[in-house]
Write a protein that binds this ligand. Sequence first.
Ligand SMILES: Nc1ncnc2c1ncn2[C@@H]1O[C@H](COP(=O)(O)OP(=O)(O)O)[C@@H](O)[C@H]1O
Ligand SMILES: [Mg+2]
Length: 470
Amino acid sequence: MNEPIRPEAEAKAQKERQKENMPLPWDSGEAVAPAPDTARRLPGEEQDAGVMQEIKVRVHRQLLERLNLSNIDALDKAQVVEEIRKVVHDLLAREATPLNYDEREDLVTQILDEIFGLGPIEPLLQDPTISDILVNTHRRVFIERNGRLEKTDVRFKDDRHLLQIIDRIVSAVGRRIDDSSPMVDARLADGSRVNAIIPPLALDGPHLSIRKFKKDVLSAPDLLRTQTLTPAMLELCQGIVKSRLNVLISGGTGAGKTTLLNMLSESIPAYERIVTIEDSAELQLRQPHVVRLETRTANVEGAGEVSQRHLLINALRMRPDRIIMGEVRGAEAVDMLQAMNTGHDGSLTTLHANNARDALARLETMISMAGLNLPEKGMRQQIASAINVLIQVERLSDGQRKIATISEITGMEGDIITMQDVFVYEREGVDEGGNVIGRFRATGIRPRFTDRMLAYGIKLPVSLFSNIDA
Ligand SMILES: Nc1ncnc2c1ncn2[C@@H]1O[C@H](COP(=O)(O)OP(=O)(O)O)[C@@H](O)[C@H]1O
Ligand SMILES: [Mg+2]
């Protein structure tokens, strides 16, 4: 943060350097210093990271001289890996620096990651406990684990090395990144979402953000275990979905909106035809009858964009029983509300907002983006009649995810949308370890939509809503 912004001349020189195509992507071309005399190393002592890096550069270079890897994609991978492993071990045996077995194996893995994977961040990609990988120039790599950001000691050799890995990702999906298009969204083969932004837009160097694709999404038992909600709240949520109420989930980034949307969707009966619309496919529904739609961004010439709005209009012609929109962000909110109001009940969506009131205000803003020039009251009526339930999710300071409120939208009073909370999470304090302490509470209000639930044969016990600890 407190690093000076690189002067323009240096930025230019940097760009020039990026353009050059060095034989070894992660080698800046600087002369490699001779390996320091490490014979004095005590037994069991680990090699210095700098020394290891130098050996890696040298051995990788020798490997490329020894093996022709240009047609590597056409070869049998297991065989190539075996061959590379043999050659690298052979080359390492000739190194003056003594390495123990673990260090040699480590280098072999790192070199294989350079050739086949995403270099130094490959182990992070393989680690299922990591949800996000954030690379801020070659010097800093952060990860998110269990909702908390941590700094790692992973580094790229230099920005050229990082740029090379970014290039590998984006060229695999037919995109490019350079001065003329310095930011790109892409996706890895495993479904992980990637954003890359480079100078001149990113002032300090290339940045790479990876939101990893969750192979096993959290389902109801997991959310109970993490105390995101209580069994009573879960029962209510399941009833809400089964009785085809329209639900809006709101929360901040990473609060768990998509996770909750996915969990709620589990309660949709298997015989229904579900159409999902997303900017970036994340939902993983287990029902047999699901149509998954995903938007497309414009190409370099600015053509070919297919927005959520387009997809929603198309979805309405596909005879859906339910429409699930991953997240409303703009004008498509109008069409979503209209669909909810005209017979496509049981629809689910999410929105980015910090509290329930704010969520409604955000919806209004989105409606005005559609340019229909609806009066304020008209917009609010549209919202109040479309949405039945608003669920607010929160990420607490310690990383815990909580359902902060489950509220019923009851209608309008004058110009104001009325709603009532059915369940709330009350924060009580923080313990010595920084963990938030709090409890869920039923407000004592029995929502009006329980009548509708009854019509669907869902009878919730009255005690579920009584004003006790939920
Ligand atoms: N209830 C939860 N308990 C623990 N981790 C959660 C919970 N909900 C979400 N997460 C984790 O938080 C991250 C972000 O969740 P996601 O649902 O994508 O958030 P959002 O859609 O609000 O941005 C994911 O790694 C997810 O596994
Ligand atoms: Mg999301």
